[in-house]
Design a protein around this ligand. Structure first.
Ligand SMILES: C[S@@+](CC[C@H](N)C(=O)[O-])C[C@H]1O[C@@H](n2cnc3c(N)ncnc32)[C@H](O)[C@@H]1O
Length: 257
């Protein structure tokens, strides 16, 4: 979906651009409240830059990376459109190799937005977080924003409809408690505006989701100490299980051997 049908997922991200702007505003507030008014921010799994670009508009120097070439091309194009291409740079890269590709760089903050960890397994997530730690200054800030978590009671047998412009997404979700995986069937339909829906794509997705405690433990092993946790970052609300979002702020610490 992110590579072969990047066109469809781009439509979804573009129709959610203003959500990205809201998330960026809250991230900037959190960074400032934690003493970072400017500096270098690395965004892992950045998609088409819907958070990186608004954050660059707030004065930060952002480098985003993503595995999908069409997303990165779109992000570069938008950085020019918003006149921040000097402060918002983008590269195609696999998170599992990011330490090699950015060897020698060091960032003041790292961010991961939306449910972007969990595509592989918890060991790989730990490796990715450790690699991101190796690119962060001591004391650097990590923000994980609006990621799905395991404590939400409503995952099972949940069918959700969402509209993104002319695209209608039907998502049927099931939670696998043994592997802590959220299994979803995505059916994407296009509305021609006259009441006719045509199926564009049907795809099965599988993502490992965590409790807040599990994620904090993985982060600690990877060299990140969690300072505070929230629910939806846009409102900086307290973490509360009925809300499907978990957000957290961590600091770069020494990783245990
Ligand atoms: C749920 S989307 C979130 C995108 C973006 N953070 C946002 O909020 O709009 C997850 C992103 O992770 C990217 N991705 C998946 N596996 C990746 C990997 N191994 N390395 C880098 N990016 C990856 C996908 O291409 C996709 O853009």
């Amino acid at each position: 979906m992110f590579i072969d049908r990047a066109d469809l997922y781009l439509e979804i991200m573009n129709s959610n651009w203003s959500e990205g702007e809201q998330i960026a505003r809250s991230i900037a507030e959190l960074l400032r409240d934690n003493g970072l008014d400017s500096g270098k921010v690395l965004e892992a799994f950045c998609g088409n830059g819907r958070v990186a670009i608004p954050l660059a508009l707030q004065g930060y120097e952002v480098l985003g990376f993503d595995i999908s070439l069409p997303f990165i091309q779109d992000a570069r194009h938008k950085a020019e459109k918003y006149r921040v291409s000097d402060r918002a740079k983008f590269m195609v890269s696999d998170a599992r190799e990011i330490d090699i590709l950015l060897k020698g760089e060091s960032f003041d903050a790292v961010m991961i937005v939306s449910t972007s960890l969990g595509y592989y397994d918890s060991m790989t997530d730990e490796v990715i977080l450790r690699k991101l730690r190796s690119l962060a200054k001591d004391g650097a800030i990590l923000i994980i924003a609006n990621t799905f978590h395991r404590e939400t009671p409503s995952w099972n047998c949940n069918r959700v409809f969402q509209r993104y412009g002319p695209l209608v997404l039907m998502e049927e979700m099931r939670f696998d408690p043994l592997w802590s995986k959220l299994l979803s069937k995505w059916t994407l339909l296009r509305d021609d505006g006259e009441g006719n829906l045509t199926k564009e794509l049907e795809v099965l997705t599988e993502i490992r989701i965590y409790t807040s405690t599990e994620l904090a433990e993985i982060l600690r092993r990877a060299g990140w100490g969690v300072d505070s946790i929230y629910g939806d970052i846009r409102r900086r609300e307290k973490f509360s299980p009925p809300c499907p979002y978990l957000s957290l702020l961590a600091r770069a610490i020494q990783a245990p051997d």
